[in-house]
Write a protein that binds this ligand. Sequence first.
Ligand code: FAD
Length: 500
Amino acid sequence: MPERELADVVVVGSGMGGATFAAGLASSGAKILILERGAHLVDRPDLRDARAIFQRGVFRPDEQWLDGEGKPFNPGNYYYVGGNSKLYGAVLLRYRAQDFAPIAHLGGTTPGWPYPYAELEPWYGEAERLYQARGALGEDATEPPHSQPYPHPPIPDEPAIAVARERMKRVGLHPFSLPLGVDVERWLQRAPTPWDAFPDAGHGKMDAESGGLASALRFSNVELRTSARVERLLVAPDGKRIDGVEVLHDGVRKPIHAKLVALAAGAVNTAALLLRSSEAGVANRSGAVGRHFMNHNATAVLAVDPRTINDSVYQKTLGINDFYLSDGAGGPPLGNIQLLGRITAPILKSSLAWAPEAALGALSRRTVDWYAMSEDLPNPESRVSVDGAQIRLDWKRSNWETHLRLVAALKARLKAAGYPIVLTKPFDRRTPSHQCGTVRIGLDPARAPLDPFGRAFDHPNLFVVDASILPTSAAVNPSLTIAAHALRAADHVASNDLQG
Ligand SMILES: Cc1cc2nc3c(=O)[nH]c(=O)nc-3n(C[C@H](O)[C@H](O)[C@H](O)COP(=O)(O)OP(=O)(O)OC[C@H]3O[C@@H](n4cnc5c(N)ncnc54)[C@H](O)[C@@H]3O)c2cc1C
């Protein structure tokens, strides 16, 4: 008879949430097994080939989800060791302190968090150290209190971006240095490309693999198993405890038993796993599992000035929060603005297939590329559901008028700053980059599946530690908040569940 496999803690997924949780728990000595459905992203020339990445989509998954109308689409959701962070832009922003309380938006009021900013502040600091954040305090009036400075100074603007910063200042805005988790010299040594949406196989991005996972795997009690796809949770006959998981590893299906299970498969797959694991969905007394899916309203805003050349390579060093807490005239909040990674001709061509690349090159050399991002509000009808193995993602965008106002405000300032042409393109639903909210934390078991530490109200030995837990999307990139919450959850588990 094959031996029964037992771990103290099984972590499902090695992305931002799972890897950081494992890092936080590693020194406890508990036997931690990380199950990751993907493989390591290995170094190869097309990691830095914009045509391969954006035109041919070679790193995208071989997977189709259905949208709300039942139409299939290929999601930009990445299955590698390190998860979506392998392609991320490495912006490591904290939520603002105000994001933890209810906020009235044009499209509705957010529910707030079950705990205040001060509760997460020390863990934000830990996460900034783990991911070696490069940033500066004192440039952004919306920056929440930090008990410690950023561990490293900010990445410098390239000369063309220093000029863009000054132009934005001249029209009354307050650009700040975006906090970033990239060793830019190492990144550029491998090839002179941007990093946002480019996969990294260990050349300078501080992602879940090089940050959280590397820290966890320094401990001999932590094991990573790749090509190990968790298919369902095993619920004990008493219906209370989770016995473990059923995993498909290199084509072989087997149970793995665990004293505690932490789910971190990403906001869509974690919800799908819970929904697939029993008829009513595991941890689903509230009926909220899979609901409240959020994904930021986002638009690429291309500022063209035919008289100036943008010869920058990576570009992504500025943020603007002048419209974050209000529209600038006492009205409701609009959102965050930040630079995109440099949009080159091959990247433009992926959206404008008919245009000659030479013409797109001439355009992109005269363009500075911005990203406008507004809060998506939690709506129970915006949801993930499953039909067997098939995932259906019915994202109902909310608060769209807010986003239109943010884009209009940015456009007006760019024109005033001397960019006569401003082009815009909203990101569509095939890009669930900032997916979150599907298994949220809360105080009331009738409205949320998880308590404020991410422990399932229905199952004391089940945690969720990825983007699913976020009760609000705010209007900042999610990774640092996912990491901070995962470290807080790990500390809680180490003190309460692994003693004795
Ligand atoms: C192009 C791009 C740019 C981005 N830029 C930024 C940025 O600049 N800043 C920022 O904060 N965020 C950014 N994000 C978002 C960020 O990457 C995610 O918010 C973050 O990675 C989510 O963490 P997670 O733990 O929830 O999920 P993930 O990091 O996606 O991890 C989920 C993991 O679970 C694995 N998995 C899934 N299902 C199973 C299963 N059944 N069994 C086992 N393993 C499974 C997956 O393979 C994956 O490794 C970006 C995302 C993309 C795609």
